[in-house]
Design a protein around this ligand. Structure first.
Ligand SMILES: Nc1nc2c(c(=O)[nH]1)N[C@H]1C(S)=C(S)[C@@H](COP(=O)(O)OP(=O)(O)OC[C@H]3O[C@@H](n4cnc5c(=O)[nH]c(N)nc54)[C@H](O)[C@@H]3O)O[C@H]1N2
Ligand SMILES: Nc1nc2c(c(=O)[nH]1)N[C@H]1C(S)=C(S)[C@@H](COP(=O)(O)OP(=O)(O)OC[C@H]3O[C@@H](n4cnc5c(=O)[nH]c(N)nc54)[C@H](O)[C@@H]3O)O[C@H]1N2
Ligand code: SF4
Ligand SMILES: [Mo]
Length: 747
């Protein structure tokens, strides 16, 4: 019905704001924030306005593709594709072992159901190793959080007296709900303060009370100076440290030794400003902190994450309103195993189950017998998004088999042997597991707005077909469960639990078993919700009090059922759990239930800062931040360049001093060169930058057909300029924000 508003969500960043949309045919015609979404409450930023360009564009895939021997693609039907992919992957497994097939991706900013269902395909093939974009941003942070909390604390900026943003520009990148509303509230309130640590005077920094404009890559110095002041001026929370933490003595000893004045100098921030910020933190009732790519994709990445956590842990900012808290999750996005396996070739740490993105090519481009032989890529564009694109292309081409599931022809699908076209995120049930806030956790299972585009399938269906083609189940195996599902949910639950216990082969492919039984009973539009039935029961049994506080009634399995029904029938999003703040203490998952402050390997790295000599290289005098979030970037989710009304080619930002020295003005062109590559770009002179620092936007340089069908790239693809060896020693996280570069004017 034209004119009818339907609830859905934004798929452009991890906040997934609720949207109300109108449609006409296959088009999204009107888009606005959805007040009924309990998390975003009507908020949106500017980016979703043109989501129709994601839904409808010239690069959408409409048929499975198979690579011909001459390198071109031919369209094939789905049966041929499923049979071909299953046979190809099975052949690799039989010859080399299923662990030689690597899985990459599994979801982007708005879609995690495909990755969840892929578990069945992976288990059916005996695949073991995987990675995704988190392993080039958050794995160092995850590692430190695991050691300290055994869980992942989240900030409560809405109620914080002091908010601290480190290498994070929430004005543009968000990272918490209703970011601009909250930032403006903080900046208007004289009782509250905002501290920003960033080399660029960002839109967020413009609102800050304390702007610590660090030299790029020197946060470890600035953060340890800040911590040094907290310790040396006795601004810690002694009672909290005694009651809730362990290992504090070693940390305090290390920080007592920090030469504050020297470290401030090295980071380029005035000592008085660092002291004032530390004192503000020390006397605040509540402090919330977020770090992001500015310190995670820069030197001392994991150490930075550790120091960031020490700021709030040493000052007792945990388990109260306005501080850091531990919430619930309907399903875990990251692996929970505490063991730390190593990669098969290079022996690199695998954190939360993810291989560091920067070593993936090394695990392929070698004659080591344990190298990867095939890759299964789903909803990820690694050729574009991982360090060193040329090497990533070489790695994909060296594999015996590459299978990609995507909605669009991308830089990565171009290197596939098989391309499987997915229905878009507005053509199927979709959801994310990013986590929907604290104390109220909101989950949204979005509804389909359109039928799948002809020739495409939703990922759960693709994985079900692949799993079947691999011989992992037959209709006979599922007959009893299907009967039970037809009878009703409680009959199904009993039969399901019995099957899991009796049939480990079916338990291994649980997602697809649920899809094919309960899912089929739910009906074609809702089949993909089947996995969430299990998740809802898991959540209700792990956190019954929190689920009841969110307004659900029932005991035992009945509570899980009402929770699932709410998820299924309320496409605007549901508060699934509601917590009290003190529950955070019960959720600390370390061995003794205390926050562990001491991490010896990182304290050693901290001590080493003293002797660190700043790197300079006359051949590459600039530091390039390769991949800045701006109002007109959204990873590579929008491919059609016309969505950027201004700055279609994504300018290189440069300081006025540097621009004057090079003799360039805004709109002029320069060549930027790194040890890896070189590119031409348009320039924007910006007084937000320090001299010597230049930035390029993320998500640019994707190819798109022009009027003549010619594929043209707009702007610079940042990873043509980055190198995979520039990475953190511990987590392998890349230094995308710290690429040595040379800039020359072009006449
Ligand atoms: N508009 C928009 N929003 C997005 C996205 C998008 O593509 N576009 N992508 C989403 C995704 S996937 C992510 S992971 C987040 C990322 O969100 P952010 O991490 O906030 O994004 P960035 O702009 O990449 O980097 C943050 C800041 O780091 C600063 N920085 C650079 N070098 C340094 C340094 O050495 N030290 C410090 N302290 N800061 C430094 C930059 O100046 C920048 O302001 O954004 C999400 N939101
Ligand atoms: N140099 C540099 N590199 C970076 C960054 C940086 O700051 N600098 N940032 C990094 C970060 S933080 C991130 S998160 C990554 C992001 O990079 P990627 O993880 O590669 O993710 P996206 O660009 O978000 O899009 C992934 C793919 O999902 C596809 N897609 C969209 N909808 C669907 C769907 O419903 N089903 C399927 N199967 N596919 C779909 C899109 O077409 C796209 O190809 O980039 C990283 N790379
Ligand atoms: S904040 Fe993120 S989810 Fe919300 S509207 Fe903007 S891009 Fe979309
Ligand atoms: Mo990201």
């Amino acid at each position: 019905m034209a004119g009818e508003w339907k609830s859905t969500g934004c798929i452009l960043c991890s906040i997934n704001c609720g949207l109300q949309v109108q449609t006409d045919g296959r088009h999204l015609t009107r888009i606005k924030g959805d007040r009924a979404n309990p998390r975003s409450r009507g908020y949106t930023c500017e980016k979703p306005a043109r989501l129709d360009l994601y839904q409808n564009h010239a690069d959408r895939l409409t048929s499975p593709l198979r690579r011909r021997p001459d390198g071109t693609f031919e369209e094939v039907d789905w049966d041929t594709a499923i049979r071909g992919v299953a046979a190809g992957l099975a052949a690799i497994r039989d010859a080399h072992g299923g662990d030689k097939i690597m899985y990459y991706g599994g979801g982007g900013q708005g879609n995690h159901l495909g990755g969840a269902y892929s578990g069945a395909t992976r288990r059916a093939l005996g695949m073991r190793y995987q990675s995704n974009a988190l392993a080039q941003e958050k794995t160092g942070e995850f590692w430190a959080e695991r050691k300290m909390f055994g869980a992942r604390p989240e900030p409560d900026f809405e109620n914080a007296e002091v908010s601290l943003f480190i290498g994070k520009n929430p004005w543009h990148s968000h990272g918490f709900e209703r970011a601009r509303v909250i930032l403006k509230d903080i900046s208007r309130d004289p009782e509250r303060s905002m501290i920003v640590m960033d080399p660029r005077r960002t839109e967020t920094a413009d609102l800050a009370d304390f702007f610590l404009q660090v030299r790029p890559g020197t946060d470890a110095f600035c953060l340890s100076a800040l911590l040094g002041v907290l310790v040396q001026e006795d601004l810690l929370d002694g009672k909290f440290l005694a009651e809730r933490t362990g290992g504090g003595d070693a940390v305090i000893a290390a920080l007592t030794d920090v030469p504050v004045a020297d470290y401030c100098e090295r980071s380029g921030v005035a000592e008085e400003l660092v002291r004032a910020a530390a004192r503000r933190i020390g006397r605040a009732e509540s402090v919330a902190v977020i770090e992001d790519l500015g310190i995670e994709m820069a030197p001392h990445s994991t150490l930075n994450s550790y120091l960031e956590k020490l700021v709030y842990a040493l000052t007792g900012n945990f388990g109260r309103p306005g501080t850091m808290n531990l919430g619930t999750h309907l399903a875990q996005l990251i692996g929970s195993s505490r063991t730390e396996p190593r990669t098969p070739v290079g022996g690199h740490r695998i954190i939360t189950g993810l291989i560091p993105c920067n070593v993936i090519a090394d695990e392929i481009l070698t004659d080591h017998p344990d190298r990867f032989r095939a890759m299964f890529i789903e909803s990820g564009n690694p050729v574009h998004s991982l360090a060193d694109s040329p090497r990533m292309r070489e790695a994909l081409d060296a594999l015996e088999l590459v299978v990609v599931i995507d909605v669009a022809m991308t830089e990565t699908t171009k290197h596939a042997d098989w391309v499987l076209p997915a229905a878009s995120q507005y053509e199927k049930r979709e959801a994310t597991f990013f986590g929907g806030g604290f104390p109220d956790n909101v989950f949204q299972l979005r509804q389909p707005l359109f039928e799948p585009l002809d020739g495409t399938l939703p990922e759960p269906e693709i994985h079900s077909r692949l799993t079947r083609a691999l011989g992992a189940f037959s209709d006979e195996d599922l007959a009893e469960l299907r009967e039970a599902a037809a009878e009703g949910r409680s009959a199904f639950q009993a039969a399901f639990l019995r099957t899991l216990a009796e049939r480990p082969d079916l338990a291994a492919i649980t997602p697809v078993v649920l899809y094919e039984t309960l899912g089929r009973a739910l009906g074609p539009e809702d089949a993909a919700a089947a996995l969430l039935w299990g998740a809802a029961h898991g959540c209700a049994s792990a956190h019954p009090e929190s689920v009841r506080r969110a307004g659900f009634e029932g005991e035992g399995p009945a509570l899980g059922e009402v929770l699932f029904d709410a998820i299924l029938t309320r496409p605007e999003g549901v508060v699934i759990t509601s917590d009290t703040y003190d529950v955070s203490f019960d959720r600390i998952a370390t061995d003794d239930g205390r926050i562990q402050l001491e991490i010896p390997e990182l304290l050693e790295e901290l001590a080493g800062l003293r002797d660190e000599v700043p790197v300079t290289d006359d051949a590459y005098p600039f530091v390039l931040a390769a991949g800045e979030r701006r109002g007109n970037t959204a990873n590579t989710i929008y491919r059609d360049p016309s969505w950027r009304k201004k700055d279609r080619d994504g300018a290189l930002r440069i300081s006025p001093e540097d621009a004057a020295r090079l003799g360039v003005e805004s709109g002029g062109r320069v060549r930027i060169t790194t040890k890896r590559g070189s590119a031409e770009t348009v320039v924007e002179v910006s007084d937000t930058l320090r001299a010597g620092h230049v930035t390029l936007p993320n998500g640019l340089g994707v190819e798109y057909p022009d009027e003549n069908g010619e594929r043209v790239a707009h702007g610079v693809a940042p990873n043509e300029l980055t190198s995979s060896e520039d990475r953190d020693w511990l987590a392998g996280t890349p230094w995308h924000k710290h690429v040595r570069a040379r800039v020359e004017a072009i006449d």
